[in-house]
Design a protein around this ligand. Structure first.
Ligand SMILES: Nc1ncnc2c1ncn2[C@@H]1O[C@H](COP(=O)(O)OP(=O)(O)O)[C@@H](O)[C@H]1O
Ligand SMILES: [Mg+2]
Length: 220
């Protein structure tokens, strides 16, 4: 098993009341899985992905990645793991506006390592079809182009799992198809994929479909 959560629980407090955004979540991802997670807005999908990406601390439970429990790591350990094994595409626009497209792709690498990675970043930009935009500012990109940059950025460290939160959320149908095709190529190259998406956008090659409802995750 590449990635597994056991009884993973995360609560928030709102107006003095505690509620569970993720409750005893059991997710399992094999290295050849393409996992889709669907569920209504507010059901806890982003909370779960942020836990998997090590950006949120769980109340209880564990997240095993290659047998190592993320919940037992400190922030430095989490950052190192995030910089090497996990590619993450957050919900919405996550590009840094003060950096060029190319620097956005290189950034995760610069944070953990000193070596130059521009050649790989250029290759990735070519792979997602926007090599010609490397010098542009993210503010000048279309939604689809920005999402391609985020995909290239998520792959810069050769992760073993790619986690994406509604990567086609605000895109037109044609661009949505292009982005889904890119995910299928990444998957075909041996990267496990976990993607939050809409019911109607679940690709045919999906290996597992989970539904999130009020913090509870169930396999379809
Ligand atoms: N930092 C936070 N503090 C309090 N409540 C939060 C916080 N983040 C998310 N929530 C709430 O937790 C629930 C799940 O949110 P989220 O994980 O973003 O759901 P989804 O991604 O499925 O739309 C929602 O009710 C949301 O309002
Ligand atoms: Mg969300």
């Amino acid at each position: 098993m590449l990635l597994e959560t056991i009884d993973l629980t995360k609560s928030y407090e709102r107006r003095g009341e505690r509620f569970y955004a993720a409750y005893n979540v059991a997710l399992s991802v094999e290295s050849d899985d393409f996992v889709c997670i669907t569920g209504q807005s507010g059901s806890g999908k982003s909370t779960l992905l942020n836990l998997l990406a090590g950006l949120l601390h769980a109340d209880s439970g564990s997240i095993l990645l290659d047998g190592e429990d993320l919940c037992k790591l400190n922030d430095a350990g989490l950052a190192a793991l995030r910089g090497s094994k996990i590619g993450y595409i957050p919900q919405g626009n996550s590009l840094l506006q003060n950096f060029s497209v190319l620097d956005n792709v290189c950034l995760p690498w610069y944070l953990t390592r000193k070596s130059n990675v521009r050649a790989q970043a250029r290759e990735l930009l070519a792979r997602v079809g926007i090599a010609h935009l490397e010098r542009e500012n993210p503010a000048s990109l279309s939604g689809g182009e920005a999402r391609r940059v985020a995909i290239a950025r998520s792959l810069i460290a050769n992760p073993s799992v790619l986690i994406a939160d509604e990567p086609t959320g605000d895109l037109d149908p044609k661009t949505t198809d292009d982005i889904i095709r890119m995910f299928s190529e990444v998957h075909a190259q041996g990267v496990a994929v976990v993607v939050v998406t809409h019911e109607r956008e679940i690709p045919s090659f999906t290996t597992k479909h989970y539904v999130m409802e009020n913090g509870h995750l169930a396999l379809q």
